[in-house]
Write a protein that binds this ligand. Sequence first.
Ligand SMILES: Cc1cc2nc3c(=O)[nH]c(=O)nc-3n(C[C@H](O)[C@H](O)[C@H](O)COP(=O)(O)OP(=O)(O)OC[C@H]3O[C@@H](n4cnc5c(N)ncnc54)[C@H](O)[C@@H]3O)c2cc1C
Length: 385
Amino acid sequence: MDFELSESQEMFRSTLRDFVQRSVKPQVHHLEQNGIYPSDLVSEMAAMGLFGLCIPSAYEGLELDSISMALVFEEISRAWMGLAGILGTHTIACAMIAKFGTESQREKFLPALARGERRTAMALSEPDAGSDLQAITTRATRTESGYHVDGTKLWITNARHANPLPVLVKTDPQATPRHRGMSILLIETPRTGLEVTKDLPKLGYRGPETCEVVLSGVEVPADALLGGQEGQGLQQALWALQLGRINIAARGVGLSQGALEAALAYAHHREAFGEKIVQFQLIQEKIADMATEIQAARLMTYWAASQHDKLGRADTETGMAKLFASEVALRSALEAMRVHGGYGYSQEFDVERLYRDAPLLAIGEGTNEILRTVIARNISREFRS
Ligand SMILES: Cc1cc2nc3c(=O)[nH]c(=O)nc-3n(C[C@H](O)[C@H](O)[C@H](O)COP(=O)(O)OP(=O)(O)OC[C@H]3O[C@@H](n4cnc5c(N)ncnc54)[C@H](O)[C@@H]3O)c2cc1C
């Protein structure tokens, strides 16, 4: 077992830190508080190749190992979790196209996605189906030239920038089990009948847009079917989501580290009863607990990432890392706010934003309740066998 990053991972992290320090930190407060889309940062991330994290080098991507991918989400989230969200569903959708796409889909989309000239997203959730994806009702009916699609997708992050937009549909609503009738269509935009109808107002996670997308009589060519075979959509989406759990776990580590650093800076500066508050043991307890939990979450995230690379699919490991790191993020954000006293409740201080951003990590890429059921089911199965 090696608990150190490799030399190339260290160098990569240092490049990311420079970017975050130089470009993200000075702007995050202004952009986030005013709801301004970070277009300049997106261009900078594209120039660094960050839109091609999981894309094979044959298609112009960085083809990173999953620990390096985690470092991207960790380092960016140290300053701004929302900015990491612009890379989040894009990255897992690219990995999904690389893994399951036909050769012509890979050639058509991946190089432009790697360069950031095209962007993508994941349209799975609907108004009446989130955790239970097999209950979706978006319908793709076969036509002579492809599919006719009707339905509504909700909570779709990066929807306004996605081309193609991967959409989970029912190609056979009567199939049993239900997942056999599910497929993913890579829908190129703009397209008649596909409309991003609203941006959903959110507690936090500002930066990327999160939208409702209505599909009304959308005509899609047959070659938009991911992998060219119907009935594979749920498996393709679930594979992408377990990769996504590494990025959510890493975001939790980064957000927590940002919270710890803010708490430390404040505790060394603020005085009460004639002393710096960092001298008080009850403040020290918070700092010690945060630092300990964050390091545990970090190691678990890197471990899950390495298991994913080793096994090709690591639902239990990535689920554990995402569950643990997101709960650590929720606790760290709250504790950092407490260290700040009344100022922690003020929009002038970063911890207020961290507190608004953290809860999403317990919801996205499988709620923590669902992940507990997945982890328990998998370890029970191993126990029986
Ligand atoms: C800011 C934001 C961005 C998002 N971005 C995207 C995106 O880009 N693409 C996308 O497709 N979706 C996205 N989502 C949707 C997200 O994936 C879903 O919200 C999530 O999967 C939960 O689904 P739901 O909201 O329908 O809740 P539900 O599934 O209705 O769950 C409600 C509650 O019941 C619990 N629950 C449900 N089933 C069980 C069970 N079997 N056992 C125990 N508890 C259970 C849940 O844990 C939760 O606490 C986003 C959501 C948010 C808030």
